[in-house]
Design a protein around this ligand. Structure first.
Ligand SMILES: C[S@@+](CC[C@H](N)C(=O)[O-])C[C@H]1O[C@@H](n2cnc3c(N)ncnc32)[C@H](O)[C@@H]1O
Length: 254
């Protein structure tokens, strides 16, 4: 695990959710923005409904890996009436996720772990969710192997993340296509689709934040130069992306 990356997320989730970032997400996603879930991603209402649909026949607990403040996994688990286990590298995110679970009345536990080492027992979950977090794992094959290990036979993985045509600065190694890695880990890929409007949404989010950089700096009590540099760096990574995909995969029933 990249320690600096962990510290960045630890510091980020120690702060209250940013009102300006929520406005930016709303500007980018419009009526697809999933209000009330404290998302820290581009996950949309349609994508959450889709996840609940493709997991409707799956039995057992659901894991959300890279869960952040927990909202997406809590929503899906709540709809399916399944217990949730959320995993993240940042303890501050887990603290917020536990509070959100309480408010939403969804049975859930949250623990520290990573894609490469979830801490979950083998064949212990019926489904794994992960929204806009897999890009941060440095070893994507090892991560798929771990997700396949914790899934029960017949269990499903639902993921959104990005394929890259070139390596962005200051990010873990990226790959051009996730399907071969998922298959090499023993998963059967059932669906792999571009997500709607992804590039425009990413750029709209970043541009909104750049316009409000002064307010963001005040909100975060941080130098505006640093805030601008962080947003610009994020925006530059979009130019290295080929697609934001939605993957559905299954651990085969032997
Ligand atoms: C963009 S946020 C997405 C959070 C959440 N899935 C959502 O949709 O709001 C990425 C998350 O991945 C977590 N993360 C980063 N590297 C990770 C790793 N190697 N293993 C597990 N989680 C990781 C971060 O702490 C952060 O919570």
């Amino acid at each position: 695990m990249d320690k600096d990356l962990r510290q960045i997320f630890e510091d980020e989730f120690a702060k209250a959710p940013s009102e300006i970032e929520e406005q930016a997400a709303l500007a980018a996603l419009g009526d697809e923005y999933p209000f009330g879930l404290e998302t820290y991603s581009w996950v949309s209402r349609t994508e959450l409904r889709h996840a609940a649909e493709v997991l409707s026949q799956v039995d057992g607990p659901i894991a959300d890996v890279g869960c952040g403040r927990g909202g997406p996994g809590l929503w899906v688990a709540g709809v399916l009436g399944a217990p949730l286990v959320g995993i993240d590298i940042a303890e501050s995110a887990l603290v917020r996720a536990r509070a959100l679970a309480e408010r939403l009345g969804v049975e859930a536990e949250f623990s520290l772990g990573s894609f490469e080492e979830t801490g979950l027992a083998a064949s212990s979950v019926g489904a794994v969710l992960t929204f806009d977090a897999f890009l941060f794992t440095p070893d994507k094959l090892a991560a798929f192997v771990e997700l396949a290990r914790v899934l029960r036979p017949g269990g499903r993985l639902v993921m959104t993340s990005w394929d890259y045509h070139s390596q962005p600065d200051n990010r873990p190694p990226q790959v051009p296509d996730h399907r071969p890695l998922a298959e090499a880990a023993g998963l059967k890929v059932l669906a792999y689709e571009d997500t709607k409007d992804w590039y425009r949404r990413c750029v709209a989010f970043a541009d909104f934040l750049l316009e409000r950089a002064d307010d963001l700096a005040r909100e975060a009590d941080a130098p505006v130069v640093e805030v601008r540099a962080g947003i610009s760096e994020m925006r530059a990574t979009f130019e290295c992306m080929t697609r934001r995909f939605r993957l559905v995969a299954q651990r085969p029933i032997m």
